[in-house]
Ligand binder design. Structure first.
Ligand SMILES: [Zn+2]
Length: 407
């Protein structure tokens, strides 16, 4: 293998997602798309056929994950499928190259555009993050997110079976089911409203079980969270309102919780950091949405904190747009709500990879794993905001962004 493509990232401090601390002044050797070894910088290989990238003391860590994303932004009314596809591809690429998001799990994408992008990115036809695709967001008539263009209303048990089969045939990795209302929506779409009839719930989960499809369940009240967990949901999204029984069920069923803090925490009166203030200004959500968010935030925060304390498996998913800002905002909110920087980083790397069933190949900086890596200028274990100072991004062993000249 003498002429195999080799990349050496030299003079990096490594946060590998396994050991607790930082390995100082190391070099990460990448070969054939995988991490070959991590050595002291002084022992870094050099010579013909080896591309050496001097990172000048940047902090190297696994690429970031966001396990609850929508590619849309800004919303384009009456856009064609072609226009949406181009917009999503650009937004996904920007998240990879400008924020270091090397993998995402989609939570609602119209026309299976996420499946198409996944294939294009995997084949190297376009540059973008790894995608774990869920296709359409399956809800009901008078359901949630109907104005987004990515929600597909389905009614009745048989219709759910058909819709889910169509998604499977279309190539999705998981099924997104919308069990309740949410924060953003009309008056008849509130997070304490549950949407499915018992027969619809049974049928939708049964066909997913039968076909081995993981269910990503949007469930925002305790009743729906528990129903989803009892029926075998792989992950529960949002969980604004839960109860002790729900927390116990997460652990009993070994299911994941994706809290999406940004949905209730990012309003003008709550934004504190520069990043948050810029986001609320640009997003400019209507006052009615901000009121609904602020009415829900206290309970949401409390259940996030209790789930964290109870040892519920959790991964980082933002549900925010644009994707470029989303993961970093959500990581900041985890820390603001009491997670340690390390807990937030693990949620956005190793644990997210576990949730997606990809932990054997991804999510940490270890020899043998696929080389999806980022380097940032300062130590994110001291301050997660340092993740915003992106130096470079490697995906599948290839340098896809090199921002060293910015610093
Ligand atoms: Zn969502």
């Amino acid at each position: 293998m003498t002429n195999s493509p080799r990349l050496v990232l030299r003079h990096v401090h490594v946060i590998d997602g396994v050991a607790a601390g930082v390995r100082r002044d190391a070099a990460v050797v990448v070969r054939d798309g995988r991490i070959a070894e991590v050595v002291d910088a002084a022992r870094a290989p050099a010579g013909e056929g080896i591309a050496v990238v001097d990172c000048a003391g940047a902090y190297l860590l696994p690429g970031l994950w966001d396990v609850h994303v929508h590619f849309e932004w800004p919303r384009l009314p009456d856009a064609s499928i072609a226009e949406l596809t181009l917009q999503y591809a650009a937004n996904a690429r920007e998240a990879l190259t400008e924020a270091g998001v090397t993998a995402v799990r989609t939570a609602g994408t119209p026309h299976l555009i996420d499946v198409a992008l996944k294939r294009a990115f995997e084949a190297g036809r376009l540059v973008g993050p790894r995608i774990f695709a869920g296709g359409w967001f399956l809800t009901t008539t008078a359901g949630h997110a109907l104005a987004t263009g990515f929600a597909r209303p389905v009614d009745g048990p048989d219709a759910f079976v058909t819709a889910i089969r169509e998604q499977i045939q279309g190539g999705v990795d998981h099924i997104k089911l919308n069990l309740t209302g949410g924060i953003i929506g009309p008056a008849w779409d509130r997070h304490w409203h549950s949407f499915f009839t018992p027969a619809e719930l049974e049928a939708a989960f049964a066909i997913c079980r039968q076909r081995g499809m993981k269910v990503m369940a949007h469930a925002a009240n305790a009743e729906a969270v528990k129903a989803a967990l009892r029926l075998g949901a792989h992950s529960v999204e949002h969980g604004y309102v839960m109860d002790d029984e729900a927390l116990a069920l997460f652990r009993e069923r070994d299911a994941w919780y994706v809290p999406t803090l940004g949905i209730t925490h990012l309003t003008p009166s709550q934004a504190t950091s520069v990043r948050e203030k810029r986001y609320v200004e640009e997003r400019n959500l209507p006052a009615s949405v901000n009121t609904r968010a602020e009415d829900a935030v206290g309970e949401h925060r409390a259940w996030f904190q209790r789930a964290l304390k109870a040892g519920v498996k959790m991964a980082l998913g933002s549900d925010l747009r644009p994707l470029r800002d989303a993961a970093l905002l959500e990581i900041g909110l985890w820390v603001k709500d009491g997670a340690t920087p390390r807990q937030a980083l693990l949620a956005a790397t190793r644990h997210a990879a576990e949730l997606c069933g990809a932990a054997d190949e991804l999510g940490t900086v270890e020899a043998g794993k696929k080389a999806d890596l980022i380097a940032v200028r300062g130590n994110p274990l001291d301050d997660v905001e340092r993740l915003g100072e992106l130096v470079l991004v490697v995906k599948d062993g290839r340098l896809v962004a090199d921002h060293r000249s910015r610093y």
